[in-house]
Design a protein around this ligand. Structure first.
Ligand SMILES: Nc1ncnc2c1ncn2[C@@H]1O[C@H](COP(=O)(O)OP(=O)(O)OP(=O)(O)O)[C@@H](O)[C@H]1O
Length: 246
């Protein structure tokens, strides 16, 4: 499936205050369809905050943010074209995996909920556990179920906060394959991770976010897994953050 070219995200000088602190200071970037931006950075840098703002979960405090070409302004705005896989699962623990997805599918008004749910459960290799309560699920199984939930709506923008957390090797390979296919289908992806190995296979560009702004930016073409310059820059920012605290 080919998509018309276009920007999915255009952020200009975006900032966000949290409890009186400028957690995001000045973030500017654009992301086109079919492209992936990898974001790395030390703990507390503002990565999750940025995804919360981009998703519409939290309003921005200043700057301009356009999603799919429209200015989102400074109010809360969710968008069904956005899929967010974050630290908090949006799953109901006392429903089975299948019930969770069927509930979502009906809420979103999908045309063939039963078939679509069974298909995505198969895609993430959870069919065998489909009728078990989510509260009995392991961390990796919940992560797979979250991915299944995203696949149900085939979002045009995927916001992924450490998506490989808790996955076994097979799960990780599976996620990478699914995300590569979503990219080919024209979805834009923002992927946060602390591991270079997570980011490199998918990303077209990598940034380091530190103290609420991008302090390093590079296209992946000029990177390699062994690029000492990138590693040194990343290690420097992480260690600088560690040394800020006694
Ligand atoms: N609800 C909140 N209220 C007040 N401060 C917050 C809130 N959420 C986040 N912060 C602060 O914002 C800063 C950035 O947090 P954020 O979770 O975005 O960092 P991060 O880069 O994702 O970190 P990590 O790598 O540890 O996941 C931190 O200093 C954090 O204390």
């Amino acid at each position: 499936m080919t998509q018309a070219p276009g920007w999915v995200i255009q952020a200009e000088h975006v900032g966000r205050m949290m409890a009186g602190k400028a957690v995001l200071q000045d973030v500017s970037f654009s992301l086109a369809r079919g492209k992936c931006l990898g974001i790395m950075g030390p703990n507390g840098a503002g990565k999750t905050t940025l995804l919360n703002v981009l998703s519409g979960l939290w309003p921005l405090s200043w700057g301009t943010l356009r999603r799919f070409g429209s200015d989102v302004g400074k109010s809360y705005q969710s968008d069904p074209r956005i899929g967010y896989l974050g630290h908090h699962s949006m799953l109901y623990p006392d429903l089975t995996a299948r019930e969770n997805l069927l509930f979502q599918a009906r809420l979103w008004g999908l045309s063939h909920p039963t078939k679509q749910v069974d298909d995505v459960l198969e895609q993430v290799r959870l069919s065998w556990f489909a009728h078990e309560m989510v509260r009995t699920y392991s961390r990796g199984m919940k992560q797979r179920l979250q991915m299944a939930r995203l696949l149900l709506i085939q979002p045009e923008l995927l916001l992924l906060d450490e998506p490989y957390t808790g996955l076994d090797l097979a799960g990780r390979t599976l996620f990478e394959r699914i995300l590569t296919q979503r990219k080919r289908d024209g979805a834009a992806i923002i992927l946060i991770s602390h591991q270079m190995d997570d980011v490199l296979p998918l990303a077209d560009a990598i940034v380091i976010l530190a103290r609420g702004q991008f302090v390093w930016w590079s296209s992946v073409h000029s990177q390699s897994q062994n690029d000492p310059h990138f590693f040194n820059t990343y290690a420097k920012w992480v260690s600088d953050e560690v040394h800020r605290y006694p």
